[in-house]
Structures are given as structure tokens and as C-alpha cells.
Ligand binder design. Structure first.
Ligand SMILES: Cc1cc2nc3c(=O)[nH]c(=O)nc-3n(C[C@H](O)[C@H](O)[C@H](O)COP(=O)(O)OP(=O)(O)OC[C@H]3O[C@@H](n4cnc5c(N)ncnc54)[C@H](O)[C@@H]3O)c2cc1C
Length: 472
């Protein structure tokens, strides 16, 4: 088939990779004028205004690592060759766990440390080696060509310059700001209502590089925490780079000043686990980038068990996007590309069946993660707004004073938590009888434990130390 893929972000490239490997000809259309740089260092300064999140920290989870290892080893090996690192999570097991013996399945507990631009640059390099893939950059799609049939059939795309191109199938991988639903509506196809939940956060990120010869101070814990009013994380990158991200409420203006590099670094220095990273003569590579308007959103092209359009798929953030705090988007985007490749391959010659299978696979594999994000955001919001009911307060307490400390003492809970965080086991793994019994036992002992050292100052103290004015 001749397939048009709209968008050369992670999902568009992954889709092209999957489909070209099973014998389809793929044309990728990308609006950003992004000629291919020679190195990943140059790619870091790519103009990616169509995907501004590339300027933010990206965790690349175990699900993504394993899809690459098992299906696209050439991508994994190029990533490692250009300076990315495999994070073997069992190398960072807390010393305090009750059993340090490894099990066979632990080989799957691997993440990748790389800047998002490095990952995209490697993917694009590998994809473009296939002569069946063509990329057109600096070209935007403005609509779809459709033909009326029992189910409306997409036959190509219209470009912003007024021209167009025909395809057997079109895939919209054009990100969270995708206008694909409008293209369908304009052509007379109405989508079922989408579900949208605001995450209520603003993101602030800054990238750094350590001098040659200085190693990233990676310990036995990933550096991430929640001060209640401010969440933070330190992300290892490739080639001795790392980034620090803060997330605050988008309605509490008090901390909006974090965008100022001096204020940003003052905050870092007030959080002991993060400060350590700046103390190694880290050189800032960027300004502080911020991003708001972050949503959880799900769409579908299926209504009453039937596809509403033929020869057209939406994928990646264009179909389902979740709160970036959970670091799942690139992994679920890549996973969706894999599921779409399988759906197309299993139904050659029947494009409606391809869409149906893909939709069902997304419901089965990806939607549980969307639901988990929405659920978790609701609980965080109600705690922050102090309008939570008793059950939410109890759930929060079990999470903070049961689950989190149990990941430091019980290997079984640590392993289940790592699998869940890396999309390798469904969120329900934490409710399995033995795991939940351990979590509840640790929770029941909460008053007998020494309090955990503080992660950073409480809100009022932070405001004072930064010289800010409360504006919540
Ligand atoms: C602040 C932030 C932090 C994040 N952190 C993480 C993380 O830690 N880990 C993680 O896995 N995910 C993270 N994500 C999510 C992740 O970035 C997305 O899930 C991922 O980029 C989705 O990839 P995509 O290819 O679907 O869309 P995008 O990467 O957004 O790519 C869409 C592409 O389509 C192009 N395009 C758009 N419209 C058109 C058009 N009409 N014609 C042609 N081209 C078009 C755009 O230019 C863009 O290149 C984060 C997101 C945000 C916002």
C-alpha cells in the first residue's frame, strides 16, 4: 500500500518504521522545516516548533526499550552508539530491599536515557535508510480527500499550499495539537465526542551538561518527588547531559517566576536530591522552557461498534494523550505504531478490518494507561484543592505511606511498581493480593517509622526563601 503519515514526531517515525518493514511505501509529511542535522548535538537545536515538548525532559520507559530491543535492534544499537544509556533498573535497586536475587523477567526492567531530540534524530536516521520511505519537510497538511461510500473513505491529503496527494491509507500522527478531527468534520464525518481532562499543571525544564570526565551522579533512586505544591524530577540524558523539570499548578501563579533561570536554580538548590546535580560544574545548555495547556484526552474513530471512516487512522498524541508527568507518551505512541502495523498486516486488503482491529487493540492496551492518568490527576487535584473526600485522603495516604516506603523494603513491591511505571504490567498489578497485603502492612506501621527526611521546604518557606509573593 501507499501510505501517507502526517507528522514526523516519535509516533509518525515509529509508524513509518513499522509499516515500511512489512512492505508498504510510506510518505511522511512534516510541517516543521527540519533538514536532517549531522549529529545529535545539532539535532538538539532543531527548530521543532510543531512539537515544543522536545525542549522538556523525556523519560523513555521499559515498554519502549523492549519494543526496540525485540523488533528494531538497529534503532537501539544506534542510540547507544551515539551516546544514549540503557538504565538497567536492577542496578539501582535500593540497598534496603529484602532480596537482591534477580529473576529472569528482570531483564525487561530497562529504560533509556536520551534527550528526546536524540531519540527522534536516531529514529529518523534509521527510518530514512529504507528506500521505501520518503519524507517531505516544511509541508503542512490542511485537510483530507474523501470519497463517499457506505463508510466514507479517505483517499489522500490536501496541503496548505493548495496541492494534494493520493494515498491508499492516511495516518494522522500529528500530535496533541492535531486538527484531524476538524478535517473529518469539514468532510461531513462527525467524530464521537472526545473526552478531555485538564491536568492543571505547568511544566518548566532546563537542560545541562556535565564536563567531560565527570560522571552523572546516578544513585539507587531515580530523583523525583512531590512537595505537594511542586513536583520535580531529574532526568539523565545522552552524552553527559541531564535535565531538571518542575511542575506546578497552572492556577497558583506564585511559582510562575520559575521561568526565570536564577529563580529556577534557587529552587533546585533548595531541593537536596536535585542540588547534587548542579554541584558538579554543570553548564546550562538552554533557557528555562515552560509549557501549559497540558491535557489528558482520548478520541476514537469507532462509534456503536463500527468504524466511522475507512482508510484513515489517528495515532499517538493525536488519538490519546496523557499527563506528561507520567512520562508515557513516547512509549505509548511507539506501542500504538506497533499495534497498527500488526493490525494492517493481519488484514491486508480489508482496510475497515484494519481500523477495527487497531481500535480494539488500543482499547485493550493503551486505554488502561489513559484511565490511570485521569484517575491519578483527579486525586492529586482534589488533595491540592483540599476538597477530597475521606476515601481519596485514605488512598493518598496508602500511596505515600504504604506503597512508596514498601518499594524501599519489599523486592516484590519494588518489582511490581517498576513494571507498572514502565508500562510492562497493567496498573492493577499493585492490587494483587500479596502485593497489596505488603503495602497495607507497611502502611499500618506508618506511625512507628522514623519520618522520612524532608524532600524540600514546605510551600510558605519556599515562597519566603525565593522572595516571592503568594498568589494562589
Ligand atoms: C512537557 C511535556 C513533557 C513530556 N514528557 C514526556 C516523557 O517524559 N516521556 C514520554 O514518553 N513522553 C513525554 N511527553 C509526551 C510526548 O512528548 C508525546 O507523547 C509524544 O511527543 C507524542 O508523539 P507524537 O509523534 O504523537 O506527536 P508529536 O511529537 O507532537 O509530533 C507531531 C508532529 O506532527 C507535526 N504536525 C502537526 N500538524 C501537522 C500538519 N497539519 N501537517 C504536517 N505536520 C504536522 C508536528 O510538527 C510534529 O512534528 C511529554 C509531553 C510534554 C508536553
Amino acid at each position: 500500500m501507499e501510505i501517507g503519515v502526517i507528522g514526523a514526531g516519535v509516533t509518525g517515525l515509529a509508524t513509518a518504521l513499522e509499516l515500511s518493514k512489512i512492505g508498504h511505501r510510506v510518505t511522511i509529511i512534516e510541517r516543521d522545516e527540519t533538514p536532517m542535522p549531522n549529529t545529535c548535538e545539532e539535532a538538539f537545536f532543531w527548530d521543532r516548533s510543531g512539537a515544543p515538548q522536545v525542549r522538556h525532559s523525556h523519560a523513555l520507559l521499559g515498554r519502549l526499550h523492549n519494543l526496540l530491543r525485540d523488533n528494531h535492534p538497529e534503532v537501539l544499537s544506534m542510540l547507544l552508539d551515539v551516546g544514549a544509556t540503557e538504565i538497567c533498573l536492577t542496578d539501582h535497586m535500593p540497598d534496603t530491599l529484602d532480596d537482591h536475587n534477580l529473576v529472569e523477567d528482570d531483564k525487561n526492567l530497562r529504560m533509556l536515557a536520551a534527550r528526546r531530540t536524540t531519540f527522534e534524530w536516531v529514529l529518523r536516521n534509521v527510518v530514512m535508510e529504507n528506500p521505501d520511505v520518503e519524507i517531505q519537510t516544511g509541508k503542512g497538511v490542511s485537510g483530507l480527500r474523501l470519497e463517499q461510500s457506505s463508510i466514507p473513505k479517505v483517499t489522500g491529503v490536501c496541503f496548505e499550499d493548495g496541492s494534494g496527494q493520493g494515498f491508499d491509507s492516511v495516518i494522522a500522527a500529528n500530535g496533541r495539537r492535531s486538527t484531524a478531527p476538524n478535517w473529518l468534520t469539514e468532510a461531513g464525518v462527525s467524530l464521537p465526542d472526545e473526552e478531555v481532562e485538564d491536568t492543571g499543571i505547568i511544566y518548566y525544564s532546563r537542560f545541562y551538561k556535565l564536563p567531560e570526565g565527570v560522571e552523572l551522579p546516578v544513585g539507587d533512586r531515580l530523583v523525583a518527588g512531590d512537595l505537594g505544591y511542586l513536583k520535580y524530577g531529574v532526568f539523565w540524558g545522552d552524552n553527559n547531559t541531564f535535565s531538571i523539570t518542575f511542575a506546578t499548578s497552572d492556577t497558583d501563579k506564585t511559582f510562575w517566576g520559575i521561568r526565570d533561570p536564577e529563580t529556577f536554580e534557587k529552587v533546585v538548590r533548595l531541593i537536596p536530591a536535585a542540588e547534587e546535580w548542579l554541584n558538579l560544574e554543570a553548564e546550562a545548555l538552554t533557557e528555562v522552557h515552560s509549557m501549559a495547556g497540558l491535557l489528558n484526552r482520548k478520541r476514537t474513530l469507532r462509534h456503536n461498534d463500527e468504524m466511522i471512516v475507512d482508510g484513515f487512522h489517528m495515532i499517538g498524541d493525536a488519538l490519546i494523550c496523557t499527563n506528561p508527568l507520567y512520562g508515557r507518551g513516547c512509549s505509548t505512541g511507539f506501542w500504538q505504531a506497533h499495534l497498527l502495523g500488526q493490525s494492517i498486516d493481519a488484514n491486508i486488503g480489508d482496510s475497515v478490518a484494519q481500523g477495527e482491529q487497531f481500535s480494539l487493540q488500543v482499547e485493550k492496551n493503551i486505554l488502561p494507561w489513559y484511565n490511570a492518568s485521569v484517575e491519578s490527576d483527579k486525586s492529586s487535584r482534589s488533595i491540592a484543592n483540599s476538597d477530597s473526600d475521606e476515601i481519596s485522603v485514605m488512598k493518598r495516604s496508602i500511596l505515600k505511606e504504604g506503597l512508596i516506603p514498601a518499594t524501599q523494603t519489599s523486592t516484590e513491591v519494588w518489582r511490581a511498581f517498576m513494571k507498572m511505571m514502565n508500562l510492562l504490567a497493567d496498573p492493577s498489578i499493585l492490587s494483587e493480593p500479596e502485593i497489596s497485603a505488603t503495602i497495607m502492612r507497611v502502611w499500618a506501621e506508618r506511625d512507628r517509622r522514623k519520618p522520612e527526611p524532608s524532600l524540600g521546604p514546605p510551600r510558605e518557606e519556599m515562597i519566603k526563601l525565593l522572595g516571592l509573593v503568594s498568589n494562589g
